[in-house]
Design a protein around this ligand. Sequence first.
Ligand code: DP6
Length: 362
Amino acid sequence: MENQFLGNNNFKVSSQTVSASCPSNIALIKYWGKYENQIPANPSISYTLNNCRTNTEMEFLANEPFSVQTFLAGTEEPKFAEKIEKYFKNIEKYLPWIIQGKYIIRTENTFPHSSGIASSASGFGAIAKCLMELNSKFSNGNQKTVTDNQKASFLARLGSGSACRSLYSGLVVWGETPVVEGSSDLFAVKYPNEEIHPIFKNFNDWVLLIHEGEKSVSSTVGHGLMNTNPYAERRFQEARDNFFVLKDILKTGDLQKFMTLVEHEALTLHAMMMMSEPAFILMKTGTLEVINKIWKFREETGLPLFFTLDAGANVHLLFPSADVNSHAEPLEASVEKIKSFIEKELLQHTQNGGVVKDEMIF
Ligand code: DP6
């Protein structure tokens, strides 16, 4: 299977500048634990966001020795360049022209760096897209066995696992599961749109910035902790099982069950970290206050506001959008109530009043 991604040696490089934009994503069934060569321990599924993106320009100077220079929002980032250089060497067999020439990579995120929104997902997604753009300019009519976007997803995965899901819009699956035809551990695929109830096709994700600053555990270290976690195998099996549950939910539009499953996945991710050796608690006081307030709000109003978490303290607030045709009238009033509850009750738990408002529409 992997062979179809190998590059062929029929190419000719020239100096070029290409650019790409790639969104971030938020997982509903989480990827947490992996094997060698970025093979996930379980399948995951995420919503691709609309507004949180990385925009990247890649300048390739063909007649210079191999090197990489990176700028984030105009500031040179030598550490990031080192990482990219290593990554390029790692993917040489898939892009045989890559280790020659100088790369100047200018990148910027549309969301604050400190937000904990996965910049590695959108970042590697955008870089993989730029590389495929160069590849199509350099390759001489190669016979293609995979599409450029599929190969971009494959390459993005080798940079950061969750990045492979950012190459597609809507709901996106990475990791083999019998629930999704064509799913693979090597690249992501779109969850079939016709299998998704309209209520899930227009959703809000407002990210409350509870704690701005560096995360206390990198995802590489975090995934590694699953190697010795005594609950790991049970967790991987649960994620696989959850795909069957989710399939049904997505088809029937059962929002109650959706909320339960998504929150359970988020809390399980954090529970895994708490049960690791060494243990990590990434939630802050504000995270817990927000979760408790959401549960109380739901109990009192029955309105569909719920949350998911990444490997950090910030809270992703999920709720349907008002524009879902089939639900237009009653939902519109509910969404307004949810928004005003967030502004009045939840924003106070952020460090600096920070909230990033995103949405998924497809
Ligand atoms: C908690 O994709 O950042 O966001 O493959 O080591 O780069 P690497 O990890 P990364 O892990 C993301 C983990 C997560 C859950 C998810 O996005 O599925």
